[in-house]
Design a binder for this molecule. Structure first.
Ligand code: GUN
Length: 286
């Protein structure tokens, strides 16, 4: 059996086109959706990611501005800047790129962002809203994974979904989203005994560890859906996921590739969240 590929790049393109249409409609009402991105320090990976976020936004009709500050910026100054953006009605989304310099308390910084503008979905209020099923912004990566499952018409009701990884950004919110769709969810992590016993029973596996070959063909039930959130480098320096793609695709029913899977979807979902922040601001009843 060879798995069908879930093409994240193509799906992200469809989502971006939809965002562009809704953005045009908002603009016609005089609302220009705007994302403010803050980067502190000069981490090279963060510089690339933030540039992508600006370009993705502007290509879709959103406006976005990157503010860069030196690594020795006092935390109090960053909090003051975030508060000014919170109060600025022309700013709909605020994203503080992580990691922050060591002298800053990242959670405190994130918690300073207004939940109404928390397009990363990292604020404790956003996490709480997801947990209890209230409106709020969902973190982009697990939200993108849910869209991929939706795109293949997968019915999660009663299915066993195994999430490998328990981060606040991916593993935990992923589990909540799957649970909300009536899956039976198991969260596995570095202390899990006999990971294979869980994955072999899974109908859906989401690998979000950040380590190559966490999931190999012998660990997958024939026909299972495999979503690979990993972003690692192989021995040739090429981007690869957490899943042994070549082996697992011979067993799984569906699989997401790396690159071209979850990555483009994560980027697209940030645009969706920013647009929705602007839509909600322009229509406070929603
Ligand atoms: N650093 C790496 N990924 C992300 C992300 O999705 N959001 C933010 N704010 N920082 C990141």
């Amino acid at each position: 059996m060879t798995a069908q590929i879930i093409d994240g790049k193509a799906l992200a393109q469809t989502i971006r086109a939809e965002v562009a249409g809704r953005t045009a409609a908002l603009k016609a009402r005089g609302i220009q959706p705007h994302l403010s991105i803050i980067m502190v320090g000069d981490d090279p990976a963060s510089a690339v990611y933030t540039k992508h976020k600006v370009n993705d936004s502007t290509e879709t009709g959103l406006s976005a501005k990157l503010e860069r500050y030196p690594a020795d910026m006092p935390e109090a100054d960053l909090l003051t800047r975030i508060e000014a953006l919170n109060a600025d009605a022309s700013v709909h989304g605020i994203l503080v790129q992580l990691p922050l310099p060591k002298h800053m308390d990242s959670q405190k910084v994130i918690e300073t962002i207004s939940p109404a503008k928390d397009v990363d979905g990292f604020h404790v209020a956003s996490a709480g809203a997801l947990m209890v099923g209230r409106p709020g912004f969902w973190p982009c990566t697990p939200h993108g994974c849910m869209k991929m499952l939706e795109s293949i018409g997968y019915d999660l009701r009663g299915k066993h979904a195994v999430v490998i990884g328990r981060s606040n950004i991916v593993g935990k919110p992923m589990a909540m989203m799957l649970l909300a769709k009536d899956a039976t969810v198991t969260v596995c992590h570095s202390r899990t005994r006999d990971l294979k016993a869980f994955t072999l029973d899974a109908d859906v596996i989401v690998a979000a560890v950040g380590k190559r070959n966490v999931l190999t063909a012998d660990m997958v039930k024939p026909g299972a859906v495999v979503i690979d959130v990993g972003m690692n480098q192989n021995d040739e320096g090429k981007l690869c996921g957490d899943v042994d793609f070549a082996g697992v695709k011979e067993v799984a029913g569906w699989i997401t590739p790396v690159p071209g899977g979850v990555g483009p979807m994560t980027r697209a979902m940030l645009l969706v969240n920013t647009l929705e922040a602007a839509e909600r601001a322009g229509n406070p009843a929603h």
